[in-house]
Every structure is written in structure tokens, then in C-alpha cells.
Ligand binder design. Structure first.
Ligand code: ADP
Ligand code: MG
Length: 559
């Protein structure tokens, strides 16, 4: 009321302490934040990329080269930066690899957009141009892609190795690429219309520390990191009937709060006898079903353990839910949730053995499918990084098997796409043309950074690459060891086409999302007021500086 009466005064709708950054300042602020994220992962790109050591607030350490892991473990507290982290997450979900590439391209698109903004080109023209270029790039990727024979294990191994280079798995890449390719092929089914369907749900990756990486292996079936519940139980059961159960083998509790008052010793004995009977009955039921082995997701009472051991039944308790579910696939069994209604048909059939160190069960099923890659390494950090790189490799090989399209790596595709986009730009009118050209330049970040990270001169590399592509050598990429330009496809540096398409598309979308914002309204304190000085502070090269982004955290819930 009073405000209307004041007439000339502006209507105040924002709370006290709220801050607002508009137009160019907003764009600069956002671009700087997004670029800071891209900068943070750039040095890890490619076979010669370095690793990052991440220490969380609890002091636990992760050493990794994996883009998405770095970004998700970094405690980023800035809404714009988070949009870029999402690019990595989407890429990880959709393609399993190429996360660093996607984020680095997004950062470069924004850097180049900034230059265009400074030349007074309107954001909508940039957004339009980027969109056109992204669409065009996708079509060109398809044109550049080499269709490979998905039965060609040699090619598949090269795809696996390319995704592993620069990661821990690289040192044993022959072994690991073989494990990965064999695993994927074992879960590939050809449909009636000749398409390959790969279900990675049936491939489990398990890790064990203590032995060297060369001891890693592919097992037909599951690996369960458990001991038998009772020392007198057999540890090995061949051709066994296996029961999977997710209810406890314990005394069933009556009503939660019933109190049993025992007035004399006889009554107590009766009560205990009742409990014993109940357990005896459960074990009897298990025996009648014909089970030789029991994997129980819940607890097994001490007395029941004893009865089971006496029957010569091997039992494991508190197995992980995911393990029980995987065993179900491996054995082709059903998970029993109530012994009273269980049928012999619910059981699976297979062989249960122990590993040499007597630490793990191997379960080989006769009626289902599923394989386990058991990764071994000296320490937790080693196997964890190994696991991340094997997961990426599984994804890219699976994609290649189902999609069949591959690309030459080492910056070859990006250079070729840049060349084609520059040609295409000539046909685009207006200011959008400049944006298409900026997009082309942005893609060349990949070969540039690959060279940079390998200690090579990035300008020389780019000049050589461009010349080769002008000359019609579509597959010319960088050999990071020699610095030479070569046919990377022939050299075995091969990537799946789908991951690259996805990386380019999501980088473009994220950049456009950031560019569309011209108004930041923050409920709290927006400590970097968008001034140039502070922008420079944010443009940091490495992890060390990321803490500085916390200052922008006040915007948290707003965007
Ligand atoms: P991303 O998270 O994007 O997958 P990587 O660190 O795995 O990042 O690096 C991928 C890039 O490294 C790709 O451009 C790929 O072509 C390139 N690359 C991989 N192996 C080689 C190699 N042996 N020589 C040259 N480039 C390679
Ligand atoms: Mg990779």
C-alpha cells in the first residue's frame, strides 16, 4: 500500500540482501564459472593427461584421470559450474566415455562466445549459430564414421585400448582389452533382424586388492566376497542346487512389543524349544527343497548355522542385494522370499568354488548368463581407478558392438569436423556465420590439448593437422608419442562414433544454456559482483583454485 502511494519510487520485489547481476555482467560471470570447470579437467585429457588427487572433507583420497569422477567429487558450489558438471554426468550416462572431451569443448565454446559478445554480437545469434553447427557436426560425424565388422575382435580391442590409454589400465592394456571384449561378446545377442544387443547388466566388475593387476581375470559367473557362515561347512560344492533367499533364517519375531514373561525354568525351556523347533523346521525346508548351497541376503541364526552345517549345506549370510540379484541371472534362479512357498524350481544349478586365497566364492551357473571381470591390484586406489577405466571400456566396446560406427581418434575427427564446419559457415548468413566458425575453432581444442598435454607444440600440431585434412586425409590425427600426424585409425586409436556425437551435442547444449541467461537473481550474497578483476580470479587453471568458487555459493537455490 505504502509503496503505491510513494508513486515515483520503484516497486521493490526482492528481499533485502538479494543481489542481481544483469546482461553482459551476468554472461561474463557465468562464462567465467563454466570455464573454470573446463580448465580443471583439461590437463587430464588424452593418453598423456595427468591425474588429479581429490581429497574429500573426510580425508579420503581418490586418484583419477576420469573427467566425470573429478567433477562429481569436487565440491562445486556454483550453479553455472554445476550445469557444466551435468554435461559430464550426461555424457557418462549416455556414452560411458568422453566426459573430459565434452566438458573441455563446452568450456571452449563459451570462451569463444565471450569473444563474440565482446564484438557486440547478440547472444541469440551465437546460440543459433552454435545450434546449427552442432546439428551439422552430428551429420558429418556420421559421414566420417567407419562402419566396422562387429565380429572383428581386433578392432574392438583397439576401441577398448583407446579408451584405457592414460588410465591405470594402460599398463596391462592387452590383458584388459581382451577381458573387456570377451565380456561384452559373452553378453551380446543377435536379434532376428541381425542387430546386436548388448546387456551390460550381465557383466559385473569386482575388485580385489592384494595381487597384481596381471592376475585379473574374466569368470563365467559371479564372484561373492564372503565366507561360509560356519567353519564345519563345505567350501566347495560342485553341480550344486543353489538357493537364493532374501528373508532371514532366524526365529520369526511375533508382535514387535510382546513381552514374554517367564515365571519358572520349565516355561523358559519350553520357549527355547519352540525357537529351536522353528529353526530346525526352516533348515528342514531348505533340505527338502534339495538345496546344497544357500546365499542369504539377511542373517542366519547361530543355531540354524549349526543345523545347516550338520546337513552338509554351504551357507552364506548377509550377501549384498546386488550380489543376490546378479546370482539370480547367473544361475537362472528365482529369489525366494518365503521358505513356506518355495519350490525346487526356484533353485539354480551350478558350481561353487573358492579362489586360491580362500577369500572369495566363484559361482558358475549352468542355467543363466552373466560374467564377472575380477580386477586385482596392489592397493584400493589402484583397483578403484582400474575399475573406472574398465567400466568406460566396457561401455565403449558395447556401443561399438551395437552401433558399428567408429572414428579415428587423436584429434582426427575434431580437425575434420572443424574443416567441414568452416566450409559450411560460408553458407550461413549473418552473424550466425561467425558463431559457426567459433564452433569449428572450439572443436580444435581437442587436438590442441592432446598436443599440449603431451608436451608438444600445439600450434605446430594444429598447422600440420589442418594441412593433412586440407589434403583430404580424413583420418589424420596426432601420434602423441612422436608428435607426427598419422592415420590414427590405422594406428589403432579408434573411438566409438556415438560417444563423440553425444560429447559434441551436450557441450553445445550446455554452452547455449549458459549463454541464454542474462539475469542472475540471487537470494543471498553474490560476492563476485561480476567485475573484471574477480572474473580473472575465477579463471583458474587447476584444482587448487576451485575452493575460491565457494564464494559464489550464495546463489545456490536460485537457478
Ligand atoms: P575423455 O574423458 O574425453 O574420454 P580421455 O582422457 O580418455 O578423455 O581422452 C580421450 C582422447 O584421447 C580422445 O580424443 C582420444 O582420441 C585420445 N587418445 C586416446 N588414445 C590416444 C593415442 N594413443 N594417441 C592419440 N590420442 C589418443
Ligand atoms: Mg576416455
Amino acid at each position: 500500500m505504502s509503496q503505491r502511494m510513494q508513486g515515483a519510487q520503484p516497486l521493490i520485489v526482492m528481499s533485502e540482501g538479494a543481489q542481481r547481476v544483469k546482461d553482459k555482467d551476468a554472461q561474463e560471470y557465468n562464462i567465467a564459472a563454466a570455464r573454470a570447470v573446463a580448465e580443471a579437467v583439461r590437463s587430464t585429457l588424452g593418453p598423456k593427461g595427468m591425474d588429479k588427487m581429490l581429497v574429500d572433507s573426510m580425508g579420503s583420497v581418490t586418484v583419477t584421470n576420469d573427467g566425470v569422477t573429478i567433477l562429481t567429487e569436487m565440491d562445486i558450489d556454483n550453479p553455472t559450474a554445476e550445469m557444466i558438471v551435468e554435461v559430464a554426468e550426461t555424457q557418462e550416462d549416455e556414452a560411458g566415455d568422453g566426459t573430459t572431451t565434452a566438458v573441455a569443448i563446452a568450456g571452449e565454446l563459451l570462451k569463444n562466445a565471450q569473444d563474440l559478445l565482446e564484438q557486440d554480437i547478440h547472444p541469440t545469434a551465437i546460440i543459433k549459430g552454435y545450434h546449427l553447427a552442432s546439428e551439422r557436426a552430428r551429420a558429418e560425424v556420421d559421414d566420417i564414421a567407419e562402419t566396422v565388422d562387429t565380429d572383428d575382435e581386433e578392432i574392438l580391442r583397439r576401441v577398448a585400448e583407446t579408451s584405457m590409454t592414460g588410465k591405470g589400465a594402460e599398463y596391462n592394456k592387452e590383458l584388459f582389452s581382451e577381458l573387456v571384449v570377451d565380456a561384452v561378446r559373452s553378453v551380446t545377442v543377435e536379434t532376428d533382424d541381425g542387430e546386436n544387443v548388448v546387456d551390460l547388466e550381465f557383466v559385473k566388475v569386482e575388485t580385489q586388492t592384494g595381487q597384481s593387476a596381471e592376475q585379473s581375470e574374466l569368470l563365467a559367473g559371479a564372484v561373492i566376497d564372503k565366507d561360509p557362515v560356519h567353519d564345519d561347512m563345505p567350501r566347495i560344492k560342485e553341480d550344486a542346487n543353489i538357493l537364493l533367499i532374501n528373508e532371514p533364517i532366524e526365529v520369526e519375531e511375533t508382535d514387535v512389543d510382546t513381552e514374554v514373561s517367564v515365571s519358572d525354568p520349565e516355561q523358559l525351556q519350553k520357549f527355547l524349544d519352540q525357537e529351536e523347533d522353528q529353526l530346525r523346521r526352516k533348515v528342514e525346508q531348505i533340505k527338502e527343497l534339495g538345496a546344497d548351497v544357500v546365499f542369504c541376503q539377511k542373517g542366519i541364526d547361530d543355531l540354524a548355522q549349526h543345523f545347516l552345517a550338520r546337513e552338509g549345506i554351504l551357507a552364506v549370510r548377509r550377501a549384498k542385494k546386488s550380489d543376490i540379484e546378479f546370482l539370480k541371472e547367473v544361475l537362472g534362479a528365482s529369489i525366494v522370499s518365503d521358505l513356506d512357498s518355495a519350490e525346487p524350481d526356484d533353485l539354480g544349478f551350478g558350481t561353487v568354488t573358492r579362489d586360491i586365497n580362500d577369500e572369495l566364492f566363484y559361482v558358475e551357473g549352468y542355467g543363466g548368463h552373466g560374467v564377472t571381470i575380477l580386477l586385482r591390484g596392489s592397493t584400493d586406489h589402484v583397483v578403484d581407478e582400474l575399475e573406472r577405466s574398465i567400466s568406460d571400456a566396457l561401455e565403449v566396446v558395447a556401443q561399438t558392438v551395437s552401433d558399428g560406427r567408429t572414428l579415428p581418434g587423436g584429434g582426427a575427427v575434431e580437425t575434420e569436423l572443424a574443416r567441414r564446419l568452416r566450409d559450411y559457415a560460408d553458407s550461413v548468413s549473418g552473424r550466425e556465420q561467425l558463431a559457426v566458425e567459433a564452433f569449428a575453432d572450439s572443436l580444435e581444442l581437442v587436438p590442441r590439448v592432446l598436443a599440449e598435454n603431451a608436451g608438444l607444440d600445439s600450434i605446430d600440431t594444429l598447422v600440420d593437422l589442418r594441412a593433412a585434412h586440407e589434403d583430404g586425409q580424413i583420418r589424420a590425427g596426432l601420434n602423441v608419442d612422436t608428435g607426427d600426424v598419422e592415420d590414427t585409425f590405422d594406428a589403432g586409436v579408434i573411438e566409438p562414433a556415438h560417444a563423440k556425437e553425444q560429447a559434441i551435442a551436450s557441450a553445445a547444449e550446455a554452452a547455449n544454456l549458459v549463454l541464454k541467461i542474462d539475469d542472475i537473481i540471487a537470494a543471498g550474497d553474490l560476492s563476485t559482483g561480476g567485475s573484471d578483476d574477480e572474473m580473472d580470479d575465477m579463471d583458474m587453471g587447476g584444482m587448487g583454485g576451485m575452493g575460491g568458487m565457494g564464494g559464489m555459493g550464495g546463489m545456490g537455490g536460485m537457478m
